[in-house]
Design a protein around this ligand. Sequence first.
Ligand code: PLP
Length: 798
Amino acid sequence: MFHDKEQFKKSFSRRLEQTSGVSFANSTLQHQYQTLGMMVREYVSSNWIVSNEDTRKGDHKEVYYLSIEFLLGRLLVSSLVNLGVKDLVEDGLKELGIELGNLEEAEADAGLGNGGLGRLAACFLDSMASLTLPGHGHGIRYKHGLFEQKIIDGYQVELPEQWLRNGNVWEVRKPDLAIEIPFWGDVQWIEKNGKLTYVHEHAETVLAVPYDMPVIGYDTDRVNTLRLWGAEPAKNFPSHKDFMQYKRDTEQISEFLYPNDMSNDGKILRLKQQYFLVRASLQSIIREYKQHHSDLFSFHEHIAIHINDTHPALAIPELMRILIDEEKMKWEQAWTIVTNTISYTNHTILSEALEKWSIDLFKPLLPRIFMIIEEINKRFCKELWQEYPGDWDRIAHMAIIAHGFVKMAHLSIVGSHSVNGVAKLHTEILKMREMKNFHEYYPEKFNNKTNGITHRRWLLQSNPELTASINNTIGTAWIAEPERLRELAAFSDDSSFKLEIENMKQLKKKELAKLIFERDGLVVDEHSIFDVQIKRLHAYKRQLMNVLHIMHLYNRMKEDSSFKPHPRTFIFGAKAAPGYEYAKKVIKLVHSVANIVNNDPVSKDYLKVVFLENYRVSLAEKIIPATNVSEQISTASKEASGTGNMKFMMNGAITIGTMDGANVEMRDLVGHENISIFGLEAEEVMHYERYGGYHSHDYYHNDRRIKQVVDQLTSGFFRDSYYDFEAISDSLLMENDQYFVLKDFSSYVDAQEQVAAAYKDRERWLKMSILNIAHSGFFSSDRTVNEYAKEIWNVKAK
Ligand SMILES: *Cc1c(COP(=O)(O)O)cnc(C)c1O
């Protein structure tokens, strides 16, 4: 049905009428989108069946990627791109009077994630399928993804997100494969055939129902599966409980994604979600495995299970439970299988983000799992005692259960064979500081896998114009081997390629300017520098420093009428966790600054501040190709990797950033003259944190630019918000500026001036831009996933 255009047009119109029940002429965009989606699903179904059969045969090692988040975004156009039929479909639709772009907009984002961690999982799925690796995702089918952000009078308001309102064409519900998940209750010893075993009694059971989505690779027949679990009442609901109450309690498990990007709360429900995901996933993996293996003794030779951060870490005790209680294995044998099956990625070193569960909460909810963790801990501490006799301090620091808490990162390290960080710097910090004791004890487990992004979504799909220019210049081999983008370096002085890059950027900026006008009624100068910071709002990401810089530019313009900066449009997009008051104040501050700067006759033709509400994947796809300057300005040592930084680089933006996360590797690849690096380095930040010596007051008193902008926060400068920004001012002065905003301010201002100067030099800027694209191939998630496959999972392409 996608083999030639005429045939496509025919089947599309026929199906549209068959399925929507209205004539072609009366069909809505939603009908048309649904129809095309169904056609894609049908088109891949035979390959999906073949791939699934292949999995079940079990003669090849398979990977299962467990993640509490999958931030997929939209799937229609990326599927068409991967199937190689986008142009045909686009042309065919056009002849029917339909714009593919409009159908694209009819799809809701699958926003089942907060940010980087969930988006990484989505990029990995795309890369695994495209590399024909047998790798599948398991996650939760949240009814409501990350909240929808509305801005009212400059304040963030959260609305429930409703991606399932029009159904989900990509999923297949499989109720016959549902799995029962027990919570609460108690564990009894019973004797069976002369052997003692545990049984879990009086549990409250929840049904996990799988919804499968095909994961379509680029230019391959491989179709992997993303299995998302939805919670429903079980057949045997507890008789002592009111049914409606029971139904609400169960369905709640897959109702909402937790909108907290870093710290975890919502406690019991969150822990329920984690066990729900892990138990359902393992049961389904083992059920398939058993179709071709009579026992689980060589499970780890055929199956790799990866846990994306610690949220699915209960896979470790759960697999122990299955092997011991159900398969009747001995502890040591089970432990060998478990640790050889599981691998773990650490995503953060922010200590407030390291998960731990209070025993009081954990033990009643998951009694048998708790017993197993106690046993793992007991054996581990005993081992440590052998290695470090008498070193109580070290053992207490490393224990899995200590001071009334279960520490999920410790469980993950002890119970897996591989622990990886997500950028070189991040992995080094893990090894040398945060997990130093573990690294000393298990040096062979630690390794680095620098994050990546799928160049198919973030270049081919979101920037077809740049893709075409690259293809015309170096051919198309780079699509399968993205590191071959490097061949573009030879064209960094080529005037016609430079012109193409310039035209591409201009076109994308024009499109974004139009979007900004449609959304906000704001006219932005298409020839201004588009300076962009889009990411979750967090103190360590330092959106505040960006805003203070804008205030400073404005102040300069007010004081010196001869100062005319190169026109800039500062674009922000960010959601703040609903309970994170500081972050919400920063959002308000962006709006208050916009109000002043965008309307003052002195500044409005030079500085524009735009906050694009409801930042999400589909919006990122429109903003990134239009960006000149990418803001990656986190406090050094705090951003594990970042992946936004890579998307911008691949689209020819110049990065202004700190030596943090993958920015370090970006600089090494592109060269220091093609990226603007400023500020404290990680070592310096960590030194101050450990030994003190930083006093933000000194910077406030000794730099009048800083004093001026900080004073403006609380002096009535923002007439609509006298009191809103006290907390921000306090964080900088009273609380000694934990994220070194004032410390780095001056070098940030200098770096921004250099960026503006470079932009004015057209030849230099375009050369920098081309060199950034040319060196971005390393950051394709194909490279990352290949490294995981070879060095962690030991799986091969089919
Ligand atoms: C890539 C991406 C992120 C991660 O951005 P960082 O700048 O690395 O924090 C977050 N949200 C969305 C929607 C993304 O596409």
